[in-house]
Ligand binder design. Structure first.
Ligand code: ASP
Length: 466
């Protein structure tokens, strides 16, 4: 393929995206300083930057349903035998839970040590409750209507997979895709083959669409970050200064220390290499604030930058985008304890253990969309005796925290795919950086979408990478 060998033409994609992030932030902060709250600024955001950002977001969101379905069904079918699916599934979910639990414990350790809630001025607390009380009531209503119980688990099995997909309900879609993949391994090969070929074809097409989306990424990222910084500024961040600092430090520790060290120790990818190769992924997660919207980039990064075999990336990432949220668990742990401190609710060791368990469960249950964890967070607050309406305190700063926690969320998914691939004996040889998946030689599939025989796919992947 020409794109594998050609020298990079012009600026590389990740450099363009980083530039978009820097320019959008600088322009947004300047606009906030000059025109905060003015009609002119609202007009620019509403008519220029929001639409550009939405185009980018929608380009990513529109491939999520076909991507989740095809990659999971193909992943399971190509893994072939069910013991292998079970083994990889157990490793994946075990690793998800272990890293999520660790992140929640780090969050609780930080908030207990620094106690950011103790120093919050009651006047600021009351002002925030007045300003964001309305929004908090909406979140409480969403929490109550969602509920959490046996039915939550029954709902994982869809009545109608098309309806679930149309509503963006990921767990039911995942369940159906997994079952469908398993079923394909149980029918005669000649019946399975055409279905698999259709799924392969869709998967190639989706890869090309992701390539288109990434072409608009630098502009989309600039537009999204402009909207946030221009509306938001620094004022609110300052009023909740210590809380924000504790959350950001915890997330930075998990992202820049824990995850890279684990990648070095368990996947043989050097920590700095890990961070260098995930730049585009991190900026996409940060600007979209959504694990689901970032899913196409996560799969692309795993395959192209790290050489994760396609069936493992296709299996681990869609599960991870919905189930594995390290950053969210860490953020939830800190927020629950912070609000408990502000409202004078003492939480002993036993209750803090309940908090850890609930952080894990809600991080698994939260949707990978902006603010997806907030309604579940309200439920946990009420469960441990902190007023649910207290969420009003942090809603104003949640956007920036949401962007920040989404980055370790997706990097945790990527790490899991590396660890699982390595444990399955994959050599993890990356493709060159930033090949353009939309450049397809006649008769060749796009990068990251190598055709694999329907059986024993992982063996072939291993061989071609040697
Ligand atoms: N925005 C987060 C994600 O998509 C979910 C959350 O913590 O609200 O990963």
């Amino acid at each position: 393929m020409t794109q594998d060998t050609a020298a990079p033409r012009g600026m590389q994609l990740h450099t363009k995206i980083l530039l978009g992030l820097a320019l959008g932030t600088a322009a947004g902060i300047t606009a906030n300083a000059l025109w905060r709250g003015s009609e002119r600024l609202e007009w620019i955001i509403g008519n220029v930057t929001d639409p550009v950002g939405q185009v980018f977001l929608r380009m990513l969101f529109m491939v999520v349903v076909p991507l989740v379905f095809t990659s999971l069904a193909l992943g399971v079918a190509q893994l072939g035998d069910l013991t292998k699916v079970g083994r990889i599934g157990a490793k994946t979910i075990g690793f998800f839970l272990a890293t999520t639990a660790f992140a929640a414990v780090v969050g609780l350790f930080l908030v207990n040590t620094i106690q950011p809630g103790e120093g919050l001025d009651p006047a600021i607390r009351d002002a925030l409750m007045r300003q964001f009380g309305g929004q908090a009531a909406e979140k409480q209503a969403a929490a109550e209507s969602g509920g959490f119980g046996v039915q939550t688990f029954v709902n994982i099995i869809p009545r109608n997979p098309v309806d679930a997909a149309a509503k963006g309900e990921m767990l039911p879609l995942i369940f159906f895709a997994l079952i469908f993949g398993v079923a394909l391994t149980r029918i005669p090969a000649e019946a399975a083959r055409p279905v698999l070929m259709v799924l392969e074809g869709i998967s190639y097409a989706v890869t090309v669409i992701i390539g288109f989306a990434m072409k608009v990424a630098p502009y989309g990222v600039a537009a999204l970050i402009f909207g946030v910084t221009a509306r938001f500024g620094f004022a609110l961040l300052q009023s909740l200064g210590m809380y924000v600092v504790v959350v950001l430090c915890g997330l930075a520790f998990h992202l820049f220390v824990v995850i890279p060290l684990l990648s070095g120790a368990l996947a043989g990818v050097r920590p700095l290499d890990f961070l260098r190769r995930t730049r585009t992924l991190m900026v996409t997660a940060f600007s979209t604030s959504s694990s689901n919207a970032t899913l196409p980039t996560t799969i692309r990064t795993a395959q192209q930058e790290f050489g994760v075999p396609r069936e493992i990336a296709g299996f681990v990432m869609p599960l991870g985008a919905t189930m594995n949220m390290n950053g969210t668990a860490l953020f939830e742990g800190i927020t629950i304890l912070f609000l408990a401190q502000v409202f004078g609710v003492a939480l002993g060791l036993q209750q803090q253990l309940v908090v850890v368990v609930m952080c894990i469960i809600t991080a698994v249950g939260a949707a990978g969309v902006p603010g997806g964890s907030i309604p579940l967070l309200v439920l946990v607050l009420e469960m441990v005796g902190v007023p649910g309406g207290g969420i009003a305190l942090i809603l104003g700063v949640d956007r920036i925290l949401d962007m920040s926690r989404t980055v370790p969320n997706v990097c945790g998914d990527l790490l899991t795919s590396l660890v699982v691939a390595r444990s399955e004996g994959s050599p993890l040889v990356p493709h060159p950086l930033d090949p353009d998946p939309t450049v397809v030689e006649p008769g060749e599939p796009p990068v990251g979408a190598e055709p694999v025989p329907l059986q024993h796919a992982s063996h072939r992947d291993t061989e071609t990478q040697r």
